[in-house]
Write a protein that binds this ligand. Structure first.
Ligand code: MG
Length: 181
């Protein structure tokens, strides 16, 4: 029973192969108007600064759909600020996810409450757990690169097990014929 509860808090609402598949329309249709988005391995591969055309395209598309964005990153390097500045997005870092504080700060920057926001990230133990604790819509995507910190690599193995056993909570909602490529 307790284990079940723990697993629940680690399960995303949606799980996609890439950011591209996490279509802004899906987030809007689920009643959210803001997105707290992770940096490393979500917007850029870890240790890289260059944002791909694809990710830039997704950001534009999200803004076109009226979503406001804030980067929330556990990264402590200047690189996070550089990427945020380049994209013209606000940044909360280092965030200490899954703790609530940074998410709450991002929500206040964007002027929304938790029920109006989603979180997108590549890690269950930071992005999804933190988001679920606050009642954000949680969207997990596959990491952009396999380059990771050692503790992350360990957590990946646990993640894999949990995701293999469970279907993301709202994944059925995703199959919506109105949303095309
Ligand atoms: Mg990440």
């Amino acid at each position: 029973m307790l284990l079940r509860k723990i697993e629940e808090s680690l399960l995303p609402d949606f799980y996609f192969e890439s950011l591209k598949e996490a279509k802004p329309e899906i987030i809007v249709k689920n009643g959210r108007k803001a997105v707290l988005i992770d940096l490393d391995n979500t917007l850029v591969p870890r240790d890289k600064e260059k944002v791909s055309k694809e990710v830039r395209g997704w950001i534009k598309e999200a803004q076109k759909h009226g979503l406001s964005l804030c980067i929330v990153s556990n990264n402590w390097e200047g690189r996070a600020k550089k990427v945020a500045d380049e994209l013209g997005l606000p940044l909360v870092a280092p965030a200490g996810k899954p703790r609530k504080r940074a998410f709450l700060k991002a929500l206040s920057i964007l002027g929304v409450d938790a029920s109006q926001a989603a979180v997108i990230g590549d890690q269950v133990f930071t992005d999804v757990l933190g988001g679920n604790r606050l009642g954000l819509l949680t969207v997990l995507i596959k990491p952009l690169s396999s380059k990771e910190l050692i503790h992350t690599r360990f957590l990946r193995a646990v993640e894999k097990k949990i995701l293999a056993r469970n279907q993301p909570k709202n994944q059925r909602l995703m199959v919506d014929n109105n949303i095309k490529d």
